[in-house]
Design a protein around this ligand. Structure first.
Ligand SMILES: NC(=O)c1ccc[n+]([C@@H]2O[C@H](COP(=O)([O-])OP(=O)(O)OC[C@H]3O[C@@H](n4cnc5c(N)ncnc54)[C@H](O)[C@@H]3O)[C@@H](O)[C@H]2O)c1
Length: 336
């Protein structure tokens, strides 16, 4: 039996595939490659030293999704396929509800039909909205401040309803904090098509000389250096969190949410200086006004994942930067 990874060619999905293959699981990827290069699949195979099927399909496409369940014996699904740019979600909300909410509905219906009822879902710390207190615990009220975050709240609710209607479902919604870093091989990492939305690819592009400077949004927050504080988590630790969740679900029925974060915050400027130190490159930046909806401090209470899933992060901020920089250099070499 295999694990279906939707969005498996993307940043986080590719690291999850590597981790699953490494521990001997069989994997199937479904991805429409709207935000990933097809060659990522080859790189996953190269790292893992194993082959697996990858299907170019859209998770909103009922017939295509059903076909995957007809063609393979799928034990569980890790659902990452979706859109994730907060700003874009405010401009194009329907696109976000379509890809994220409608996509999840199509997937869950196909799973139900096929009798596959184990699901690990990529949720996000954005479900905690703009109000503290930090650290955020899983029972904190949910209130997103943008359509992207609302898609995650809606999907989590749909999954709870699904379990309430049929107690055979085994569901874990994993609320990621700020995934950064890359695989230690330098072969896979965060390589978005088009302009990056996340901070670390922007920092890496400045370090590599592909952008003149970084824009840091907000320098007057009530934090030690005035910059926003976030919980950066190494993507390889995050990938292992999915394996822990899957192992847990094999002995559990229910619908639970877990924070995946380190439980410690670093400011954006601390991240910039860690990256400058690791890369040996200057990272000029300008401070711009705060962005609407951004909060000063966001980090996880990671106790539930440690207690119930037996998962905690192991990699340092320095390692996150070193691995991301190795990946950036690999990409620059490949582009030559
Ligand atoms: N990266 C983060 O900071 C972060 C934080 C919290 C939650 N998440 C969530 O984790 C998941 C993965 O994020 P990521 O950073 O790897 O993003 P990503 O864009 O790198 O990966 C998403 C993958 O899904 C694919 N995809 C998008 N829409 C699709 C569709 N309709 N059908 C099939 N494939 C589709 C893309 O081609 C891409 O390969 C997303 O659901 C995102 O919301 C990410």
């Amino acid at each position: 039996m295999a694990i279906l990874v939707t969005g498996g060619a993307g940043y986080i999905g590719s690291h999850i595939c590597v981790e699953l293959l490494r521990i001997g699981e069989d994997v199937i990827v479904l991805d429409n490659f709207s935000n990933a290069k097809p060659e990522v699949i080859g790189r996953i195979k190269q790292i893992a030293g194993r082959d697996f099927p990858a299907r170019a399909a859209d998770v909103r496409h009922e017939a295509a999704v059903r076909q995957v369940f007809a063609d393979y014996d799928v034990e569980a699904v890790i659902h990452l396929a979706g859109l994730k740019a907060v700003g874009e979600s405010q401009v194009l909300p329907l696109r976000y509800y379509q890809h994220n909410v409608a996509g999840a509905l199509v997937l869950c219906a196909a799973m139900q039909e096929a009798g596959c009822k184990t699901l690990v879902f990529s949720s996000s710390a954005t479900v905690y909205g703009a109000e503290g207190p930090v650290p955020f615990r899983e029972d904190h009220p949910l209130s997103a401040v943008n359509p992207y975050g609302r898609t995650k709240i809606m999907i989590e609710q749909i999954l709870r309803d699904l379990h309430a209607s049929d107690s055979a479902w085994r569901i874990a919604s994993l609320r990621y904090f700020n995934p950064i870093g890359a695989h230690e091989s330098g072969l896979i990492g965060e390589d978005p098509l088009g302009t990056p939305n996340n901070l670390l690819p922007c920092i890496a592009q400045v370090a590599a000389g592909r952008r003149p400077r970084l824009t840091v949004y907000g320098g007057d927050y009530d934090t030690a250096d005035g910059a926003a504080v976030r919980d950066y988590v190494h993507v390889a630790d995050l990938a292992q969190g999915h394996v822990s969740a899957l192992t847990y679900l094999r002995g559990y029925t229910g619908a639970e949410a877990f924070n995946l974060g380190t439980g410690r915050g670093y400011s954006v400027l601390e991240l910039v200086s860690a990256f400058a130190a690791v890369s040996g490159r200057p990272i000029p930046y300008v401070i711009a006004p705060r962005r609407a909806g951004d909060i000063a401090v966001c980090y996880a209470d990671a106790a539930k994942a440690e207690k119930i899933l037996g998962w905690r992060t192991r990699r340092s901020l320095r390692q996150m930067c070193a691995d991301a920089w190795r990946f950036t250099r690999t990409m620059l070499e490949t582009a030559k």
